[in-house]
Design a protein around this ligand. Sequence first.
Ligand code: COA
Length: 325
Amino acid sequence: MKHIGIIGVGEYLPEKRLTNADLEKTIDTSDEWITTRTGIKERRLAAKAEAVSDLGYKAALEAIKSAKLKPQDIELIITATITPDMSFPSTACFIQSNLGAKQAVAFDISAACSGFIYGLVLAQQFLARGVYKNALVIGAEKLSAVTDWNDRNTCVLFGDGAGAAVLAPVSSGGILSSYLGSDGSYTDLLMLPGGGSRNPASSHTIEKRMHYMKMQGNELFKLAVNLMSHAAEVAIERAGLKPQDISLLVPHQANTRIIMAVAKKLHFPADKIFINIQKYGNMSSASAATALCEAVKEGRVKKGDIILLDAFGAGLTWGACVIKW
Ligand code: COA
């Protein structure tokens, strides 16, 4: 089996910032509550005319450039998103068209906040078997479009953005191991009930605000800590490593308290954890993708380092991936 590594990363964050102080003006909340409970200080909001493929396209362009490739070279495009431009065609096809990546096979996957890691593992399977020469994996979300801005339990948590990575065979290192999990018995903990085939859009679904996400935060918190810790442990073990061999934990950014609880279970010191939630909130599939991109840009990831990506999301889904840079 070939070694498959990440040869380029990119991100795009919309310009508009929504601070905790801005939210204090519209709902019954406080900067103090949001900061201490979540670590979030502000989040980005896409413009009205910006769809998820527009965000993903810009992140993809940066990733392709940093991989020293051209869009026409890309052979596989996987977009992880739960806020696609439309139910169909896929957001990946819109991005393919914008890129002019005519030879690429393009499709979406839906694994919520674990989507970027699911996408990396899926791409690795194709590349390791030589089916394609390279792959572009994008995590992109416009969660502001499905957020109930009157619901303080959810609206303080989420934001918009996109991150991307280009994968290709590398001479050594690359993805050392991975672990993915799902448990559909928890579908009710985080969902967007309206607009699909279960509850097609109607005046009833609009009246009941079913086109906004519904979340049971407390339940999710406990599951997130346990399942992210478990995913990390399994992936590290599958790589034949110990937690102390990991140079940097790059986790899904749902809540600083969740990240720190996972780090505590794994005995990771604070300087081995990458956190950017204060700037962006939870961007679902885009969180781990932009965190990886920013960790690289900030020089926190050097050649030979061993990175642990770790995520958890609606479904439930979870996953972790150990990568030697
Ligand atoms: N501002 C002020 N108060 C708020 C608030 C807000 N934005 N949101 C909720 N509260 C209130 C609640 O109404 C509750 O008040 P009550 O005690 O009078 O009923 C109180 O704060 C405590 O709520 P609770 O839900 O116990 O807080 P918490 O410490 O569990 O934190 C979350 C809430 C949502 C931040 C936390 O549970 C969490 O992060 N869960 C995981 C969510 C997640 O990651 N989802 C995505 C998965 S990828």
